[in-house]
Design a protein around this ligand. Structure first.
Ligand SMILES: [Zn+2]
Length: 570
């Protein structure tokens, strides 16, 4: 996938709203006639999508939240957004306020903690969007139902216990909900004082699930800021740095820490929470993490969006059944997000599904659609926080295009080392200096006249600007290479030569990784793996970006949305 160019590889500026808009196709088309999304996409012949137990709460909630964020970010409303909203509410039992999966051939009636955590987060997002008082009551009732469950001794399983803290804290901040705060406090205590999710020296225990652990930390950072708990905040920061040590600089982060086999893969859901955590910390005391977030979004996050679908054979001769669809799966998947990417392919391996009835079990998995809502959510987190305006000061944190009421920000990486700000109102202005240059190499100008600018930490302070001013930061854009490896301790490691131009990866060259198979502990057997030259949808096809160019300005959507769960007041 090459998301930093317009059609035909025409150079254009890096605008996240244009990338997110690619997902409208997938949101509208990879659902059944009733609008219900499919969790599974199988690499069968022809490819097929199948309903499964996560569809009712988990997948629908993530996609509803993603669709709301997509609309706020692009102005485009997916036709399925309202359907998902109605569906989600229809599964809520008014007697206890919780969401129940219905009894079907592939799911049994139950109120799952994960489903309810994701539903609560989607509904509070919808509440900020709509302000519907009835929805407020639904949300409050759900928090009461959840607290009653915990008081009755029914806790989520330890690995997923912290998953609901962020949705609860969002209810606390938006609705001043004491019930949510009480439950968040209980769960924080369980996770950090009683469970084994995080070690006392701030690592994930062996086998840690990256998405669950990072989502827990996104919630814990929120809780620590809200309750002014410096010890907890310090632990969250240390755990971010641990997760970062497991990731590559371009944002590949393993789905599971320390798998006992030769498979290592990156889940888009984990990228979402890596972004949520990094941005929360960067906004509150750790601006040194902005560079991590910019490299994540420019590289592995946008590469995780499904573009090339030639590797899946699509048919259209079979009629849909209640559980399956076989029609045009490839074209319907365009704009979805990787469930298990390798550093250089949209899919790392061919593992099969290990649950469900005979109609599901044993089929090769291509995509898991929990990641479909998460991909847009991740883009939204970074888009929303790329620049901010507060106390008459414009701060440009990441070199990503952005349109605020106060300024239009254009960034020309990887085509040129140039950041340009058009001011619409008088204010002071500062912009982050990219990590890859010494601060002395950033040159500032105002209306084409060089100015000294003042370096303060990792920002260049332009001082005061007037409405109509054009402020620029110019800097060299070095091309460098690094050797990296991904893998699991005691098992095979895969090596790559990575070519960077500034913060953008141009090439991801596998170095002697041409293994046809590798050991999967889930399968207890060798499975096909894609870490070498051959495999589905090669990533980082960006060699043409080596040349400098004058990029076309991508059209932008004005950011006037109040949705921001990652810039928090204490
Ligand atoms: Zn996922």
């Amino acid at each position: 996938m090459t998301n930093q160019t317009c059609a035909g590889n025409t150079p254009c500026t890096f605008a996240l709203e244009a990338i997110a808009a690619n997902s409208v196709n997938y949101y509208e088309r990879l659902a059944d006639r009733d609008g219900l999304p499919y969790f599974n996409v199988f690499w069968t012949d022809p490819a097929e999508a199948a309903h499964d137990w996560p569809d009712f709460g988990d997948v629908t909630a993530r996609q509803l939240q993603g669709a709301i964020m997509l609309r706020h970010m692009t102005g485009c409303e997916a036709a399925t957004e309202k359907v998902w909203y109605r569906k989600l509410l229809s599964y809520i039992d008014p007697s206890d306020g919780l969401l129940y999966r219905p009894e079907t051939g592939f799911s049994r009636r139950e109120a799952d903690w994960g489903d309810n955590a994701l539903t609560l987060y989607a509904l509070i997002t919808a509440y900020i969007d709509k302000g519907d008082p009835k929805l407020r009551e639904t949300i409050l009732k759900m928090t009461e139902g959840l607290l009653m469950r915990v008081r009755a001794g029914s806790l989520p399983e330890a690995w997923g216990r912290g998953f609901i803290i962020k949705p609860l804290m969002t209810c606390v901040r938006v609705l001043q909900c004491d019930t949510a705060l009480e439950l968040a406090k209980m769960l924080i205590h369980k996770v950090f004082a009683e469970d084994w999710t995080f070690t006392p020296d701030n690592t994930f225990r062996q086998g840690g699930h990256m998405h669950s652990n990072l989502r827990t930390l996104v919630g814990a950072a929120d809780y620590a800021l809200y309750t002014s708990d410096p010890v907890l905040y310090s632990r969250v920061d240390a755990l971010y740095r641990y997760a970062r040590s497991e990731a590559t600089a371009f944002g590949f982060i393993p789905e599971v820490v320390g798998r006992k086999g030769d498979v290592v893969a990156c889940e888009t859901c984990a990228l979402m929470d890596y972004a949520g955590l990094g941005i929360t910390l960067a906004n509150s005391g750790h601006p040194e993490y902005w560079g991590d977030m910019e490299r994540l979004v420019r590289n592995h996050l946008v590469e995780s969006q499904v573009g090339d679908i030639a590797w899946l054979r699509s048919g259209n001769s079979r009629e849909d059944t209640e559980q399956f669809t076989w029609r045009d799966i490839g074209p319907r998947l365009k704009g979805a997000y990787a469930g298990w990417s390798s550093p250089n392919h949209i899919l790392a391996c061919k593992e099969t599904l290990h649950w469900g009835g005979p109609e599901l079990r044993g089929k090769a998995r291509a995509i898991q659609n929990c990641c479909g809502g998460s991909g847009v959510h991740a883009l939204f987190i970074i888009w929303k926080n790329a620049a901010s305006f507060e106390n008459d000061c414009l701060s440009v944190h990441m070199h990503i295009d952005k349109k605020l009421p106060q300024a239009e920000i254009r960034c020309f990486q990887p085509w040129q080392g140039l950041l340009r700000i058009h001011l619409n109102k008088p204010c002071s202005v500062r912009a982050r200096i990219p990590d890859f240059i010494p601060s002395t190499e950033a040159r500032a100008s105002v209306n084409s006249v060089d100015t000294a600018g003042q370096v303060w930490g990792n920002y260049l302070d332009f001082g005061h600007g007037d409405a109509g001013d054009i402020l620029e930061m110019r800097y060299p854009l070095p091309v460098t290479t690094e050797e990296i490896s991904v893998g699991n301790p005691g098992y095979r490691w895969y090596h790559y030569r990575v070519t960077w131009k500034g913060d953008t990866v141009l090439k991801m060259e596998p170095v002697s990784n041409d293994y046809a198979t590798g050991y999967s502990e889930f399968e207890k057997a060798d499975v096909p793996v894609y870490y070498g030259r051959d495999g589905p949808s090669p990533l980082y096809q960006r060699g043409h970006m080596l040349l400098d160019a004058e990029p076309k300005l991508t059209s932008l959507h004005l950011d006037d949305t109040p949705l921001n769960f990652w810039r928090l007041q204490g």
